[in-house]
Design a protein around this ligand. Sequence first.
Ligand code: HEM
Length: 405
Amino acid sequence: MNYDPTSPEQWEDPAKVYAWLREHDPAHHCEKFGIWVVTRHADVLAILKDTERFSSRDANTALADATPPEVAKVLAEGHPEVDALLTADPPIHRRHRGTINRALTQRRINENLDAMGQIAHALVDGFVDERSADLVARFAIPYPLHVIAEILDLPEERLPDFKRWSSDFVRRFSPDLTTEERVSCARGFIAFQRDFEQRIRQAQARPGDDFMSDFARAGSEGDEPLSMPEMLTTIMQTVVAGHETTTSLIGSALVLLLRDPALHETLTASPEKLPAFVEEVVRLESPVQGLFRTTTCDVELHGRKIPSGAHVQVLFAAANRDPEAIANPDAVDLERRNPRGHLGYGEGIHFCPGAPLARTDTRVALEVLLERLPALRLAPDAKLRHAPHFFLRGWESVPVTWSTR
Ligand code: HEM
């Protein structure tokens, strides 16, 4: 079976090809994209922990073609993009990670709990009387964007810009863009940099008890402070990772529960089960299906020789349904003994620092939607499609109807 996440059949139903690969070709060489694909839970976990042989540098560019001169010219106007955080290895990764961990604390998430509820209610207020809506466009996209903006103190009126720049940030490595589109993404990237450079400098000049001040403060003693390009890459990655993924998670959660009336009823009657459900959605639907590592030496896996410098895609989503690691892996089970035993947030030094936020804001979002939209149903004529992407998974739209009280 061929692995091709750009084929519509596979991005609609990737579980089938993942199961085949796990069983028959666990270290698969994908000719079309020149990458190696790893699917078993034990292998994915081992690779994530082996940062010496599997580097995160170049991870973003595994699929990208060389930068055309038109794009390079635009990028030259900004700070160089450096390997940072997601695309950094030890020991420098520790410095970047320290800045994020210092700013994105559980205390800060808890302080924003009321704001999350208010944001969710305000969004629902905007459409509740219409009795039908696309919950991706009206809720799942704006909600995490407003939440991350609240935590980072970003002004409300700039949110459309942040959304656009974030999309540019993600899209610029897609293998199917024209040069014109890549130039446009590069412009968005530079605008994003300029905005955050100003915020970082303001926070350094007048530090307070807020996210940007904690982020921009020098690190622990003995650590070299982060350079401006390092800070920019780290903060931009966080802003982007902080909402695109949560949008997908909310959309996937809604479809899963609306397709299963018994589950819908259980979660409406017992909202205390929502955290277990959210964890199951991350496992089953994996908004980040898989990311890349680059081998630093020749590596042998299941009898295949992966050469040094190869791009390896670790498929969290495939690992998350591996029956060798997870009992009854295709079912939603709210009573799992080890509910966090999946790899949907990664593992090891790059384990998602936003996981506590994603768990909390998605739970709050579902609580509000289930409470405010009685008799919530998928619209009878809903044609559900996943947005095409090489490694992110989420519904393009979730059209629903509900009744009024
Ligand atoms: C459904 C929600 C989310 C999912 C499924 C998810 C998934 C992941 C995964 C799989 C990784 C590991 C990357 C790797 O090993 O290369 C990761 C890293 C990361 N995530 Fe998340 N994430 C989510 C939400 C968030 C949120 C809300 C934020 C920030 C507010 C965030 C920020 C980050 C950052 C900065 C990294 C890089 C960490 C590092 O390299 O040390 N994520 N995420």
